[in-house]
Design a protein around this ligand. Structure first.
Ligand SMILES: [Cu+2]
Length: 163
């Protein structure tokens, strides 16, 4: 089911993102397109929460940590700590955080709306079918282990093959 009939490859994979109980207004898509040497990732998200600066030793809300997680599960579970069933970061080559195959740029909100495109050579779309995409409450610091201190999980989407 992960292969198309033309060339046997997954050319495109997609995750439909939905917010959980901490940010139910979030929705959008993350699209993974096969490119020479890797994958182009296109992100379009609506309904992100308002930016809140760091205060009282609490992390700012936004820009939002953004990763591929290892399991294709977006069941809410604990509403105060949702989407734990997505597991840890997808890290097939056992790298430190900051260099996980599923470590992505943070998502910048523009009054709730975000759009970006980036390229990664760390995987092809077929490699991530059946995993998940998570948007976090706080920024990724790209050095705290194992997950960049990005905080709670606001939104989730399971990655599936489009063609
Ligand atoms: Cu994450």
């Amino acid at each position: 089911m992960y292969y198309n009939s033309i060339n046997g490859m997954v050319n495109t994979a997609i995750a439909e993102i939905k917010g959980g109980p901490l940010a139910p207004q979030i929705y959008g898509t993350v699209t993974f397109s096969d490119m020479p040497g890797g994958t182009e990732v296109f992100v379009e998200i609506w309904g992100l929460p308002p930016y809140k600066p760091a205060e009282n030793n609490e992390a700012p809300i936004g820009p939002h940590g953004f990763h591929i997680h290892e399991f294709g599960c977006c069941q809410v579970g604990d509403p105060y700590n949702p989407f734990e069933c997505a597991g840890a970061h997808w890290n097939p080559t056992n790298q430190p955080h900051g260099n996980h195959a599923g470590d992505f740029p943070v998502i910048f909100s523009n009054n709730g709306y975000a759009r970006m495109t980036f390229f990664t050579d760390k995987f092809k779309p077929i490699d991530i079918v059946g995993k998940s995409v998570i948007i976090h409450q706080n920024p990724d610091d790209y050095r705290s282990q194992p997950a960049g201190n990005a905080g709670k999980r606001l939104a989730c989407g399971v990655i599936y093959s489009l063609c």
